[in-house]
Design a protein. Structure first.
Length: 168
């Protein structure tokens, strides 16, 4: 059968096979190692972790401890970590209503006076922001979310514009 075919046709087929074999060899030698490279690329940014020294002193948290259960005396402001952990394990969460952050202490005092007149507990928390030192004012803590929601509605009726209820 090969005797009946034109020699130029055979040469074209041979050239195509040769070009195909060269393309396959180039693919195997150049492209395949790039695709199957198991070495990961460089990480763009290092993660920095800062662990405070043990000599730096006691860690001071900005979160206040939950209120003492009814019938028990209130714990001191610097209550132990074990007492906080026990309260969390028992499911006693404290709920608060954020009212705002103020740079003026006069505004903080006025707001707390309004809250005291309404018979509502509140506390403050110092915070450093890009705009300088500010004081957050929060109503509470409340023993349940429902109590905090009722207080939020009362605060809204007073025209104070409270934020959503959150856990402390």
């Amino acid at each position: 059968m090969a005797e009946n075919q034109d020699p130029s046709l055979l040469q074209r087929r041979a050239r195509r096979r040769l070009v195909g074999a060269i393309a396959l060899a180039v693919f195997i030698v150049i492209v395949l190692p790039i695709v199957l490279d198991k070495e990961p690329g460089p990480v763009g940014q290092d993660i920095v972790i800062q662990i405070p020294s043990q000599d730096a002193g006691k860690f001071i948290t900005r979160v206040l401890p939950p209120p003492a259960p009814k019938g028990q005396p209130e714990a001191a402001n610097g209550s132990t970590d074990s007492a906080r952990a026990k309260a969390l394990l028992e499911g006693k969460e404290a709920w608060v209503v954020p009212l705002g952050a103020f740079s003026s202490t006069d505004n903080v005092k006025q707001l707390q006076a309004k809250l005291a007149e309404a018979g509502m507990k509140s506390y403050t928390e110092g915070v450093k922001t890009s705009q300088g030192e500010q004081t957050r004012v929060r109503a509470g803590p409340f023993e349940s979310k429902a109590a905090a929601e009722r207080a939020r509605e009362k605060l809204a009726a007073m025209g104070l514009g409270p934020a959503a209820v959150t856990t402390r």
